[in-house]
Design a protein around this ligand. Structure first.
Ligand SMILES: Nc1ncnc2c1ncn2[C@@H]1O[C@H](COP(=O)(O)OP(=O)(O)OP(=O)(O)O)[C@@H](O)[C@H]1O
Length: 252
């Protein structure tokens, strides 16, 4: 039996721009089961980030409903939804507190919403666990536990953001071009870490990417957004058989 983990029903987003009402999204219907990993592609301006903002609550929807893990969230604040959602952005600076060390950031993420355990004794007790978690990440992040994150490379910071986002098994993980600012080698390493974390924790994940190979190689679903609509939703064998040429037709 499958559990629906994310459901958008007939979602529309209109905004007032000057004297006119602009439709950014319309008729969006999307259902992800628990453990689904959907890659999301589309031209610049297609509406991918808008869809993410609507799900996270940063943009109010005009019509429809959004449920996450069975809870209706479309009237909830972004802060309330953040208990269910973890999001990693394109900019490596966004996911971590720059002056705090890697270990302190991990402690914050693992105690989100609880009283903080940042005292040095509490932190020391968790060091072995943090070492094990960061050993999965590329570029020697496990050797940098006591470094402020502002001293890390972009790749290390994105890997840390990803580890922090997934530490408490969010109901929905949203990755918004999270490897776009990384070199090809580091990008691949962060994608492999992503794949591993999503699979091992059976997370439900939406990932926007402009890398056609990543959209094809990762995940079990592939969604195409165009002009504010979902114009294709591939899964299973159909997704497996897709080629770059198939995807490029959406960018013609
Ligand atoms: N708050 C807003 N008010 C008015 N227009 C907006 C707003 N947010 C987004 N848009 C417009 O909506 C359209 C979709 O933008 P969006 O950022 O969702 O596209 P995208 O698919 O994420 O593109 P990219 O690949 O470039 O990141 C664009 O035309 C954008 O200018």
């Amino acid at each position: 039996m499958t559990n629906t983990q994310l459901e958008l029903k007939d979602v529309a987003v209109n905004v007032v721009a000057g004297h006119e009402v602009k439709t950014l999204l319309s008729n969006i219907n999307l259902k992800l089961d628990q453990g689904d990993f959907a890659t999301v592609i589309g031209t610049n301006g297609a509406g991918k980030s808008t869809m993410f903002n609507a799900i996270a609550g940063d943009l109010e929807i005009t019509h429809g409903t959004i449920h996450i893990a069975g809870q209706r969230v479309d009237r909830e604040s972004p802060e309330k939804r953040a208990r269910l959602i973890a999001r990693v952005f394109q900019d490596p600076k966004m996911g971590t507190a720059p002056r705090m060390t890697v270990a302190e950031n991990l402690a914050l993420a693992s105690h989100r919403g609880e009283r903080l355990g940042l005292k040095s004794r509490a932190l020391r007790a968790q060091m072995a666990r943090f070492k094990a978690i960061t050993a999965l990440a590329p570029n020697g992040l496990d050797e940098a536990l006591n470094k402020p994150t502002e001293e890390l490379s972009g790749g290390q910071r994105q890997a840390l953001s990803l580890l922090m986002a997934t530490m408490r098994n969010p109901e929905l993980l949203m990755l918004d071009e999270h490897t776009a600012a990384l070199d090809p080698h580091t990008s691949q390493a962060v994608m492999e870490l992503t794949q591993r974390i999503v699979a091992e924790n059976h997370l439900t994940c939406l990932m926007v990417t402009h890398q056609m190979d990543d959209a094809l190689n990762y995940g079990n679903r592939l969604i195409v957004v165009d002009a504010g609509h979902i114009v294709a939703d591939y899964s299973g064998d159909e997704k497996q058989q897709l080629s770059r040429a198939d995807l490029l037709q959406y960018f013609a």
